[in-house]
Design a protein around this ligand. Structure first.
Ligand code: AMP
Length: 290
């Protein structure tokens, strides 16, 4: 496995594998790898001739509330996980190479980034502009055939798909299911900041989503959402949102609508803001399409 640390090196590597060098799959990560990342790497490995994993804690997607210096880092462990997953190239540049002096461009998707995580209580549109700018740079630098993202960050996936469509990026965006602990908690690098008691309470997010899904199957969406919200409030958690949204447009979906939809939740547990979601089919009766 190669570890490349500069744009010049990754460009040279990309040039060396074309033409006819096979397909390239990219898995963008900020490191602190867990089984969620590994599932993306496994699918990238299965579907492509070459796999690149980027490892870059992107400063521009952190707001004042989300402390960059507190983000967990473990490059040595991450390189071991990447080797084990059969990654061909890890691209791990430093911030000064991604954003050199004079850097002044940005890629911004509007509307989709102004709701849910993009509102005042969430991470804000600036967060998503940081994500889309760095993903656009990675797409240009690595020129992968496919790029892999987790459904766990459903809004991020919708925003990246929009960027790819709008700006005619030629990458195929693949969105894969959320990997969970056996008790339901969605894996996240933020989970390491939960105390044991907070981790127990955090289970209410996934439990609430599953309860909403279960009740919606027989009693409809509104009853499902009410039942799901109650699981959170019973655990002493006031969700910032717990709603049914269109997976692509992120627009609210009302009772009686048809087609795929997702129930999305965000809540603070202690000092940690957590998000999760489940995909459902709203055709009557609603049923899980996880
Ligand atoms: P991050 O390193 O947190 O930026 O995440 C890198 C990628 O892993 C993103 O596409 C995330 O959506 C994805 N990811 C994070 N957690 C999970 C999970 N529990 N299951 C599946 N994918 C995940």
């Amino acid at each position: 496995m190669k570890v490349l640390r500069t744009p010049t090196e990754i460009h040279a590597w990309r040039d060396s594998v074309r033409p006819g060098g096979g397909t390239v799959g990219l898995v963008p990560t900020m490191g602190s790898l867990h089984a969620g990342h590994v599932s993306l790497l496994a699918e990238a490995r299965r579907a492509n001739d070459l796999v690149v994993m980027s490892l870059f804690v992107n400063p521009t997607q952190f707001g004042s509330r989300d402390d960059l210096s507190k983000y967990p880092r473990n490059e040595r462990g991450d390189l071991e996980v990447a080797t084990e997953a059969g990654v061909d190239v890890v691209y791990a540049p430093t911030p000064d190479l991604v954003y050199p002096a004079g850097f002044s461009s940005r890629v911004e998707v509007r509307e989709l980034t102004e709701v849910l995580e993009g509102d005042d209580r969430g991470r804000g549109p600036e967060h998503f502009a940081g994500v889309t700018t760095v993903v656009a740079k990675l797409f240009n630098a690595i020129d992968p055939d496919r790029a892999y993202f987790g459904r766990k960050d459903a809004q991020q996936a919708a925003v990246i798909k929009r960027m790819v469509t709008d700006l005619e990026f030629r990458q195929e965006v693949v969105v894969l299911p959320t990997v969970r602990e056996t008790d339901g908690l969605a894996l996240s690098s933020r989970n390491s900041r939960l105390s044991p008691a907070e981790r127990e309470r955090a289970l209410a997010l996934s439990a609430g989503l599953f309860e909403a899904e279960r009740v919606a199957e027989t009693a409809g969406i509104d009853a499902g959402l009410t039942a799901g919200r109650r699981v959170l409030t019973d655990a002493g958690i006031e969700p910032e949102y717990f709603e049914l949204r269109d997976p692509d447009t992120l627009e609210p979906i009302a009772e009686g609508a048809r087609g795929p939809a997702m129930i999305v939740v965000a809540a603070r547990v202690g000092g940690v803001r957590l998000i999760d979601n489940v995909l459902i089919e709203t055709n009557q009766p609603a049923r899980s399409i996880r």
